[in-house]
Design a protein around this ligand. Structure first.
Ligand code: NAD
Length: 281
């Protein structure tokens, strides 16, 4: 008999996460025995520290791997033996693989965004890219955009210190041209940009609106929103109405699941099949 996989997700408020269902649907399609459990720290009344404290015991208990999500991605770095290159530069992990006795941390938000982008936006210009939002998702996206070949990446955030710190860290780690800009500079920066990525929570139900004035968009801009609840945000709607090429947050959500599944099992899922699951779920 083949390997039986036991995987899981540790994070807060993950009751609605589609990741467990995406993993199990892919395993079912392949007839692989695969169980994916959630450990919701909110529901269990556990702190983020107690959450990451479960990582090593899960390995000892025979888990194949874990996904780690908010608010544990940074703390979890202290609970692994080894980090992949992306995880080390970013200082955050969303995937843990138990490899024999070793605990290895990866960041499939980085690789997942890159794979999703390559699929949703093939052959778009990357001369100048503007990214709004420099938090957890923003850190992963900035590294991914540089890995995809962004010529000049401009990072803006409500918190200018956070944008500057991310720009410095990505530029330092990669040698790429990454600069920060104030939100007031967005009109000038967007006028020179090929595309823009929203990495703020603006567009979610509890953060309505758009992260910048959509009147700054021209049809030549491509637009990616990483928000995926809802998939069609105000920004996505406004950008489509202006004739922009647009991708939703589904690309990153699907990409991270495909890449984590591959790390857990050694098997690469067909992203189109996972996308169809995602759309159905
Ligand atoms: P975060 O809180 O770590 O970072 C958000 C950043 O946005 C902060 O730095 C904040 O200052 C900035 N910000 C907020 N409002 C802004 C505004 N109006 N203008 C400029 N900057 C602003 O959050 P996060 O974990 O990075 O998540 C951000 C969004 O990305 C959430 O909606 C989350 O659901 C989504 N996300 C999607 C995926 C996916 O797979 N598609 C993965 C991770 C996160």
């Amino acid at each position: 008999a083949g390997t039986r996989f036991v995987c899981g997700l540790i994070g807060s408020g993950i009751g609605e996460s589609l990741t467990p269902a995406m993993h199990e649907a892919e395993a079912d399609r392949r007839g692989m025995p695969y169980v994916y459990r959630r450990t919701d720290l909110t529901a269990l009344g556990l702190s983020p520290e107690e959450g990451v404290g479960l990582i090593r015991p899960a390995g000892l208990l025979g888990f194949s791997g874990l996904n780690i999500t908010h608010p544990c991605k940074r703390l979890a770095v202290e609970h692994v033996d080894e980090l992949s290159a992306e995880a080390a530069t970013i200082g955050a992990i969303n995937t843990v693989v138990f490899d024999g006795g070793r605990v290895v941390g990866h960041n499939t938000d980085v690789t997942g965004f890159a794979h999703g982008f390559a699929r949703d936006m093939p052959e778009v210009a990357l001369g100048q890219v503007v990214q709004v939002g420099a938090g957890g998702a923003g850190a992963a996206v900035a590294h991914a955009l540089v890995s995809l070949g962004a010529g000049r990446l401009v990072v803006a955030d409500l918190d200018p210190g956070r944008a500057a710190a991310l720009a410095t860290s990505v530029a330092g780690a990669t040698g790429a041209e990454v600069v920060s800009a104030g939100l007031g500079d967005l009109p000038a920066q967007l006028s020179r940009a090929d595309g823009v990525v929203n990495c703020t929570p603006v567009g979610m139900a509890q953060h309505p609106g758009t992260p910048f004035d959509p009147d700054l968009l021209d049809p030549r801009h491509w637009v990616v929103d990483v928000v995926y609840r809802p998939l069609v945000t105000e920004l996505v709607r406004a950008a489509r109405a202006r004739g922009c090429r647009v991708a939703t947050g589904a690309g990153m959500a699907i990409g991270q699941a495909v890449d984590s599944f591959a790390l857990f099992t050694g098997v690469r899922a067909d992203p189109d099949a996972v996308a169809a699951d995602f759309a159905r779920l």
